[in-house]
Design a protein around this ligand. Sequence first.
Ligand code: IFM
Length: 445
Amino acid sequence: MPTFPFDFVFGVATSAFQIEGAWDADGKGASIWDTFGHMPGNVDGDVPGDVACDHYHRYPEDIALMRGMGCDSYRFSFSWPRILPEGVGQANPLGLDFYDRLVDAMLEAGIVPNATLYHWDLPQALQDRGGWPHPDSPQWFAEYAGLVASRFGDRIPLWSTLNEPISLWVGYGMGVFAPGIADPVLGRQAMHNGLVAHGLGVMQLREAAPEADIGLVLDIWKRHPSSDSDADQAIADRDEDTSFRFFLDGALRGGYGARVVDTLEREGTMPVVRDGDFATMSQGLDYLGLNVYGRVVVDAQHYNPEWWVTAGQHPSGNYLQNGMEFYPKSVYDAIMLVRDEYADDLPLFITENGVADGDGLSADECLNDAERIDYIRGFLTWIARAMDHGADVRGYYAWSLIDNYEWAAAFTKKFGLVHVDPDTLERTPKASARWYAKVIEARGF
Ligand code: IFM
């Protein structure tokens, strides 16, 4: 029976672009995801995120839903182009007002705000100047971070700079995410600049919000070789090096490890590193956020270096309705990897974990989401086990509060504890929301 300490933080997570909608309301500038979603062929069904869940107008209802579940905390992100339509320069007062209302509503509801500065929605105006690969991008981010920190730092105790910076690779190296550029050299440079931006963001937050806890959020998809062959192990190492280890090395060790550098040099994608970059990116952190959904089993026979997919379904796997492997121990492995290899005294939060419905479920099956309950229960069990084994895990955020806009998959992948009717946008809690409320109340199950 896993139980969690009284002060363990239970919450839900979302991001601005995935729920807010109001894409051009009240002076907001376009983001790269607005542009990308408006171009045919980029997102499922060519449905852009213009309206998303209309959280911009319906946030009181969404906060009431969280309150109904008893959430301790809400992890959300600020939309950079809503606040700075040109990315830098003139702030948009109506955008800032929206976040004032949102944060104040959380505080009134007794819900602790946990804010992410960047969850993938770069202002299009900055993309027009070269985007994340541009050498000035860390400074652009620092300006934005400073503005947000000085306006909201007094009310928000938990911050992270970037969410899953591997998205920079997917957007610039692979072209699957906005801005849709497939250039490995630019992709690695964007990843490096993202880490420098993170460091500058931490500095801004420290100055404006000295009492706050500041972290970085990484997704950890541990690679498991499908056999004990050297070829499978080499691929597992290569894929970890070019994804989460790149960021762990940079942020926690102040430089890329020899194996990461070897791989990038061999592939001709070693980014330009300027004097001071490594010192900047490795600012001390108060916590690390881990987003964990599963593992990746790699197989040299079926390897696609462009994309980290499990090579088919391996016979010993336990598969979800959506085709993904259910492997809840992945969260234990991620926690222990960080603790044992990178930082044994850094507090951790599980900042995202959740599951998308399978395709073609009936309305009733969507609302009675027993599989989501099993999935979250499995992951919480392994988190509790890691804590029993000495890991300092401070909280858990379910992804996601509501069914929302899943990037290039648009609305085809639903992760919500609360169903959102695609036509009316009416919210209906699923069985998982009721179950999660009981877990929060009982601090376990
Ligand atoms: O929806 C995303 C989120 O934006 C980042 N982490 C993974 C989630 C599910 O794919």
